[in-house]
Design a protein around this ligand. Structure first.
Ligand code: N01
Length: 501
């Protein structure tokens, strides 16, 4: 039956205790911490957060490369319920962001719920509840599972012949080896996306020489970072409303600059001009030509940097546009026959943006597996729920909004929707899963919208695109998302009473 439980259940018949349903949250990054804070706030204490690493923080734990920072304004990159008056700069650096999320988790009591070293490999639904299994052989029973495993999580290494032959240290930006000193060394850096640009800007002054391999030029938006003066920080502390107003203004700013389909023509024209004007700072016309993209601004995720324009013009920096032929013990050989010798090789080659909760194996009602269901496309309903996977919810999952807006506002909005479904689960003792037909209709809408966005029409390749060449991210703004996720339409869901224990 749609929308109503097949037979009315109750929290008691479903076996829920006074602490609410038993919940497993997968992942302790920005989304998992949010889930933990909100569950505790609701008084539901019977939950565990399974984290495969040895610390919380997701992206901000994994990315510790020199120069790591968030290119979304710091005052937007916070939970709405936990403004941070103490940000030191307009765009916060990675360690300060990690500390913020750690502190929120600590003061909300979430740390006590996290189990580390728990890599979820399987989750199986038995008609009433889930059994979640981890790589070390532990298993957890749960009425509800919330996957908060992150989107840009699995580093993607390129397939270049000879990679194993490199004589010196080599590593991906998201697996930075802090034991390796860069001072006075020759560095080869493959990749010129957001991570590559941040690394180059941070280390060019320290290394003997750095060669950045740029397969495709990126549009770089010149954003000015600056310290937040002490008096402004004091004002935020004394007048929290001011923080909130600033937050809203900056949110508008970042949405406008978010390189999304919903932007006004004027905003796009202004942003395009900022990016092309900034290239005029490159004095050598030959280099400028090589750094100038031939696709629309915003087609690839916009890179934001102020310092990069100067750093690439240092005498100890080379930008190589020839294709890489192979890696050799002494360095990187390009197809023009040149060997670019280096001591350290860094891969700033991005992430597998389409894994989502995989490679975890999920088996839902009637033995339906996630692998079978997602063979063609990752089917979800409104990104947060999956047909045939009752009481399984996803934060920042497939078809979430893309672009440069703050992910924090997006996952908070998704949580607001999931929380309403959880209330029904808890009050009525039911399982909830979206109808497959409604999920397919919704996904078709998302794909149609995304297919008209600059990600699809802008003339580039990017990690937004799935194997069919369609953006796997929804082209909606945060206000549009908020309105579409304001309240679940229960006719779009299958609701079933949980069999009594
Ligand atoms: O990865 P990317 P990233 N040979 O996929 C190149 C977020 N982020 O880690 O463009 C040669 O953007 C590839 O070339 P091409 C943000 O959402 C946020 O930099 O495919 N080159 C490209 O230049 C961002 O978008 C912040 O032709 C190869 C680069 O590697 C996302 O993470 C900071 C290659 C990969 O760029 C990913 O950014 C950092 C090969 N075989 C990251 N394979 C914030 O500040 C790949 N490349 C919030």
């Amino acid at each position: 039956m749609h929308g109503k439980a097949t037979q009315p259940g109750t929290a008691q018949s479903a076996g829920f205790g006074p602490n609410g349903p038993r919940i497993v949250v997968i992942g302790s990054g920005v989304s998992g911490i949010l889930a933990g804070v909100k569950l505790r706030e609701r008084g539901w204490r019977d939950f565990v957060i399974l984290e495969k690493a040895g610390a919380l923080g997701g992206t901000w734990r994994d990315n510790v490369y020199p120069g790591v920072a968030c290119d979304v304004p710091a005052h937007v990159y916070v939970y709405s319920f936990a403004p941070n008056p103490a940000w030191k700069t307009r765009y916060a650096k990675g360690p300060e962001i990690w500390q913020y999320y750690h502190d929120v988790a600590a003061r909300s009591g979430v740390l006590d719920h996290i189990e580390y070293g728990k890599d979820v490999t399987n989750a199986r639904f038995d008609g009433a509840r889930w059994t979640v299994t981890t790589g070390d052989g532990s298993s957890y029973e749960a009425d509800v599972v919330i996957a908060a495993a992150g989107r840009l999580r699995d580093p993607k290494l390129p397939q270049i012949p000879g990679m194993d032959s490199f004589a010196g240290p080599s590593f991906h930006t998201a697996r930075w080896d802090k034991s390796v000193s860069l001072a006075g060394k020759r560095v080869c850096l493959i990749g010129a996306g957001s991570s590559g640009v941040q690394v180059l800007s941070a280390i060019a002054g320290e290394v003997a020489h750095i060669t950045q391999f740029q397969r495709t030029p990126q549009w770089v938006m010149p954003v000015q970072d600056a310290p937040v003066p002490w008096w402004e920080r004091l004002k935020y502390r004394l007048l929290p409303r001011t923080v909130h107003e600033t937050y809203r203004k900056m949110l508008d700013f970042s949405n406008e600059r978010g390189a999304l389909a919903f932007e006004s023509k004027e905003a796009r024209a202004e942003r395009d001009k900022m990016c092309s004007d900034a290239l005029l700072r490159i004095r050598d016309p030959e280099l400028r030509a090589r750094l100038t993209p031939d696709y629309d601004v915003g087609c690839k995720r916009l890179v934001m940097s102020e310092t990069w324009f100067e750093q690439v013009q240092r005498p100890n920096v080379s930008i190589v546009s020839e294709a890489i032929e192979r890696i050799e013990p002494e360095g990187v050989r390009t197809t023009d026959g040149t060997l670019h010798a280096c001591d350290i090789l860094i891969y700033a080659t991005g992430f597998d943006a389409h894994a989502y909760i995989r490679p975890m194996k999920l088996t839902g009602e009637d033995g339906v597996t996630l692998d079978a269901l997602w063979e063609d496309l990752p089917l979800t309903y409104r990104s947060v729920s999956i047909p045939h996977m009752p009481n399984f919810f996803v934060l920042n999952g497939p078809s979430s909004p893309g672009g440069s807006a703050s992910i924090v506002g997006i996952v908070e909005t998704q949580w607001g929707y999931v929380a309403q479904l959880l209330e029904q689960v808890a009050a009525q003792g039911v399982t909830i899963a979206p109808r497959e037909d409604r999920a397919r209709e919704w996904l078709a809408e998302v794909r149609e919208r995304a297919g008209k966005s600059v990600w699809a029409t802008g003339g580039c390749q990017s990690w937004y695109l799935d194997k069919t060449g369609t953006p796997a991210y929804d082209a909606v703004s945060l206000p549009q998302l908020q309105s579409s996720l304001a309240a679940p339409k229960m006719d779009d869901f299958e609701v079933r009473a949980i069999p009594a224990r």
